[in-house]
Design a protein around this ligand. Structure first.
Ligand code: GLA
Length: 716
């Protein structure tokens, strides 16, 4: 609901309020974001606070000590600005003031050229507030969408040149929030290849200014565009937590500033590094959308809030709402070394255990037998696959499996027909040899012809063969950017390609991938309902990766595969049971040579698939409760609970074994106190209250890396 009361704008979600007010000078102040408040005129509460040495305007306003909605630079507020626009006079000083507003009933804010949260049958309202800086020659439209069903505020902004000359946008964050003085922590998700989204938490100390960002091209392994600000006492179950999730796949930045008066400013959006956008008279520039979320039920409550809106309202593909196929991928089974016969053999065996789809990974095209050539040449290698892709797909279908295919559409190797024919299609600058990453160049997606080529090539394959699944990879960082602002242009090109394909082929499931989880962001999830979480498929490494990822992303978006032991990335030997238990917390599949598994293992795999079939609805729609953190000790456990609380899966992993030790008791969560639950394996009966307040002490097998899985059903 959006209420205008005097000069106050009060936005309400299911349990939240977001309040702002215009002061007598026309500045838009932020008043409150948090648990729902009653409706009042809060505009008189906007304080003007004087501090020693602070600057003020001629009406006596001290903006540096105020909480502001979309702070400008250089007038009287000298903290990190939400934007910086160089006007035709060559300076970037600005003070946009309130001009007008409009409330759009039953509508979400749409963002030009970029993905945004969809309405999808929910009750949404959107407020647009226009601020104007006449002297500098631009106005800014701030968009806010709230839902009756969710505890989020969707925010974005657009800058319009209303002058008769050119202006230059030097930075434009999507949005920000100014918080009152307090003790806050920041939780963020840095990483690297094979250890993505490792959770970090640190106090926002006095005077600290911290940038959580990435300017390496894609959203990146190194830092995820999701950040949490929380009270220093907030834990998994209790306390205030505020989420900042950017719907964007390129260079991003979140700045957290604890200023000299102890107020905390958070702004999130496009990374200003290497960014610039010239706007001619009459032109507009839109920023990506940011999801601002809140929970007073700790980090767990915040995650569940975000999971709901992301799982239900982000992805454009029909495949998002359907059960995802249990697949087998040949990458860790064969790497480049496969034949048609081998793939069919894998398919046969996979079918016999209940797997539903085979993904043919890298190496099917051009003359690619290694990673040194042929990216860009998306024609089948007839030596490896004499039946062609359509023939192979048919064969796989005859074996009873669906068929999926790997592409890395944004790239070309120097040794490729594509590059030889179009040397100008790669990202490069004059007089400099372009850099390589994994022996490949990046295609210039800011060039429409290149985008059209990619759309044509992929569409051709989808029309010619029965392909129901694409794994879309992206395996290097972006260098040699030809001008400032290029990264954003590229990202817009990428979204055009993605959205065209998803529009034309809404039933083809596209899995995102970027050397594992190097582009695990809400921009990609708008088109790909699932992303290969990490190239590190080791179950124990995955505990931290999946736990960290689950903070900001639903488990239905995390692809998780059972792979061989010893594991190919870390060499660890783990029980097959543990590998599956960890992969159950995601979109489940296998990625190993199933044809070489023993009869005993095959029998176990059959059981695993039977079990996953029972819980796959829970994985797609259930609510996640994290119980023990792998960042804090020797155990990691979590639950997935159905919305009606009638079903719950509990998984626990003990990392290292020890002798003569009592196991830790765990307290289940998310259940209904008054329900009676049955452990479907042992038949044991528990009260919901008993499971949550008395808890249980799980038993682990006496070995390293052991796991248990319990499936509870309410007796109704
Ligand atoms: C990347 C992906 C892997 C695999 C290889 C193929 O590393 O993350 O899953 O597809 O590329 O080259």
């Amino acid at each position: 609901m959006i209420i205008k009361n005097g000069n106050t704008f009060h936005l309400q979600g299911k349990n939240i309020s977001y309040i702002m007010a215009v002061n007598e000078s026309g500045d838009l102040h932020h008043y409150y974001f948090g648990k729902k408040l009653s409706d009042r005129d809060y505009s008189k509460k906007v304080k003007n606070i004087e501090h020693g040495l602070i600057c003020y305007d001629e009406d006596g306003w001290y903006l540096e000590s105020a909480n502001l909605e979309y702070p400008a630079y250089g007038h009287t507020d000298l903290r990190t600005p939400a934007f910086s626009v160089r006007n035709k006079f060559g300076n970037s000083v600005s003070r946009p003031v309130f001009k007008s507003f409009v409330i759009k009933e039953n509508a979400v804010a749409e963002v030009e050229g970029m993905p945004y949260i969809l309405k999808n049958g929910n009750n949404a309202q959107t407020l647009e507030i226009t601020l104007e800086d006449k002297a500098a020659g631009f106005d800014i439209v701030l968009s806010y969408t709230v839902f009756d069903e969710y505890d989020v505020v969707l925010r974005s902004s657009a800058i319009n040149n209303i002058s008769d000359g050119e202006i230059v946008i030097e930075s434009a964050y999507s949005a920000g929030v100014d918080f009152d003085k307090g003790n806050y922590d920041i939780v963020y998700f840095p990483g690297a290849w094979t250890r993505e989204r490792y959770m970090e938490r640190t106090a926002v100390k006095s005077g600290m200014k911290m940038e959580i960002g990435n300017a390496k091209g894609g959203s990146g392994h190194a830092m995820n565009p999701f950040v949490i600000l929380c009270d220093s006492k907030t834990n998994e179950k209790t306390g205030n937590a505020y989420g900042f999730s950017l719907i964007y796949s390129g260079n991003h930045s979140t700045v957290i500033e604890n200023d000299q008066y102890g107020k905390i400013r958070v702004v999130q959006g496009l990374n200003p590094f290497g960014f610039e956008q010239v706007l001619k008279s009459g032109e507009a520039f839109a920023t990506p959308q940011m999801i601002l979320s809140y929970s007073d039920n700790g980090l767990g409550g915040l995650s569940r809030t975000i999971h709901k809106v992301v799982a239900n309202n982000l992805c454009r593909s029909n495949t998002a709402k359907k059960d995802r196929p249990i697949l087998i991928n040949n990458w860790e089974a064969t790497y480049f070394d496969f034949t048609e016969e081998k793939l069919i053999e894998i398919a046969k065996k996979a079918k016999s255990v209940g797997i539903e789809l085979l993904v043919l990974d890298d190496g099917w095209f051009g003359k690619r037998n290694d990673d040194d050539c042929s990216l860009g040449d998306w024609a089948v290698n007839p030596k490896k696959l004499p039946l062609g892709i359509d023939g192979l797909a048919k064969k796989i279908n005859e074996e009873g499996l669906k068929f999926g295919l790997w592409f890395e559409p944004e790239m070309a190797n120097p040794d490729s027909d594509l590059f030889r024919a179009h040397p100008d299609w790669i990202i490069s600058v004059p007089n400099t040899k372009p850099s390589l990453g994994r022996k490949q160049y990046m295609l210039d997606l800011a060039n429409n012809d290149v985008c059209d080529y990619i759309i044509d090539v992929i569409s051709g394959h989808l029309r010619n063969a029965n392909i129901t699944y694409i794994k879309w990879d992206y395996n290097r960082m972006m260098t040699d950017m030809p001008y400032k602002g290029y990264n954003h242009k590229y990202t817009l090109g990428l979204y055009r390609v993605y959205s065209t394909l998803v529009k034309n082929f809404p039933d083809v499931l596209i899995e995102g991938c970027a050397s594992g989880g190097g582009r695990f962001d809400l921009g990609i999830l708008a088109y790909s309902p699932q992303i290969w979480t990490s190239d590190n498929s080791d179950a124990i490494s995955r505990l931290k990766i999946q736990y960290g990822t689950s903070m900001g992303y639903p488990i239905s978006s995390m692809s998780a595969h059972v792979t061989a032991s010893p594991n190919h990335q870390v060499g660890r030997i783990t029980p097959l049971k543990t590998r599956a238990a960890v992969a159950y917390a995601g979109v489940f599949g296998y990625e190993l040579d199933i044809t070489t598994m023993s009869d005993e293992e095959i029998a176990e795999v059959k059981e695993q698939i039977k079990f996953y079939n029972e819980i796959r609805g829970l994985v797609r729609n259930g609510e996640l409760y994290r119980l023990q953190s792998p960042y804090e000790g020797n155990y990691c456990s979590w639950m997935i609970v159905s919305e009606d609380k009638k079903e719950a899966v509990l998984v626990g992993v003990k990392i290292l074994s020890n002798s003569n030790m009592d196991e830790e008791n765990i307290y289940l969560d998310g259940l209904c106190e008054s329900f009676t639950y049955k452990d479907t394996e042992t038949g044991e009966i528990y009260g919901g209250d008993e499971l949550m307040y008395k808890g249980i002490t799980p038993e682990y097998e006496l070995c390293d890396f052991s796991a248990y899985v319990k499936y509870f059903k309410a007796e109704v």
